[in-house]
Design a binder for this molecule. Structure first.
Ligand code: HEM
Length: 131
């Protein structure tokens, strides 16, 4: 039925999808997110989403979320941004991050949509180096 269909859509999405609680703790990842960052699901559930990013954001991300909780001021939610992710092997890659806030049975969670930009960035570099 409907819940199963929605689950199938998320599980098969090309973009990575990650949900966190309001303290940044990872609750769910789809297979694309695991492939992009090079982890197994069990290694990330319950971890802080900051494990997926390089410094300086890694050290600041809790504060980003806390200041959103305090002020309601959005910097990425509903806007999106190009950011850097860090894979398990330590390598860094660019992606387009979209974040939405979901109020779900008197709880608040955040959903992150991760659109890998490594290919586009490599192509841009190739084009630039021709000139
Ligand atoms: C805020 C970086 C992943 C949820 C921010 C901000 C930055 C950032 C720079 C603050 C922007 C500012 O104050 O100007 C990153 C990086 C990520 C990442 C580098 C790489 C993995 C995620 C994911 C989620 C998420 C996957 C959700 C599942 C949030 C929330 C805020 C935030 C809720 C506060 C609200 C807002 O500023 O609109 N992040 N983030 N982030 N991020 Fe992330």
């Amino acid at each position: 039925e409907r819940a199963k269909l929605l689950n199938a859509i998320i599980e098969n999405a090309i973009d990575g999808i990650i949900t966190i609680d309001e303290f940044g703790i990872i609750e769910h990842l789809n297979p694309s997110a695991l492939t992009l960052f090079g982890y197994e699901r069990s290694e990330l559930i319950g971890k802080n989403v900051s494990v997926l990013m390089p410094q300086p954001d890694k050290a600041r991300h809790d504060q980003y979320i806390a200041s959103y909780r305090d002020t309601g001021q959005r910097h990425i939610i509903g806007i999106g941004r190009e950011v850097q992710g860090q894979r398990k092997d330590g390598s860094v890659f660019p992606f387009r991050l979209g974040v939405s806030e979901v109020k779900f049975s008197d709880r608040r969670i955040f959903t992150g949509f991760i659109h890998d930009l490594s290919r586009q960035k490599e192509d841009e570099l190739k084009i630039k180096s021709y000139t």
